[in-house]
Design a protein around this ligand. Sequence first.
Ligand code: PNS
Length: 162
Amino acid sequence: MQTAICPGSFDPITLGHLDVIRRAAAMFDRVVVCIVANANKHGFFSLEERREQVLRVTAGYPNVDVDVWDGLLVDYAARFEQPVVVRGLRALSDFEYEFMMALTNKKLNPRVETVFLASDERYTYLSSSMVKEIAGFGGDVSRFVPEEILEDLKKKINGRNS
Ligand code: PNS
């Protein structure tokens, strides 16, 4: 059984992330969305909030699981028989960082393959940072994030501004 790991911060999950997860779920037996803690960044949403959000938006995909990990991605991937890391590539600007990450992971554990999916053209410009910035200024992000998490964003921003 081939498991694909879709790792990321997902802070918050965007329609671009969801598109990559959906396409990976159509290609692999099983997909695990791995929400990875970032030692250098304090999250906008907590890891548990993100886990709950990703679970909510992927509820319709029977072969998708969600997990949280605080450590090296290769250490997480090592628990699977034939681990494949799936990352979306939006633009050329993503390439250098993604390529470096894929090669580093391969050095750390040669069993871990990385596969890139070209981002859907609707989402090539989209990022979680942009979503947070727009939402923070009261802008409409309904075209950028799954409907199921719009309310969470509003609540978080209102909570921060009050
Ligand atoms: O959504 P992001 O922030 O682009 O995801 C980046 C992520 C979480 C996949 C990456 O930072 C990662 O794998 N972090 C775990 C720590 C690790 O393994 N670092 C070595 C990779 S070169």
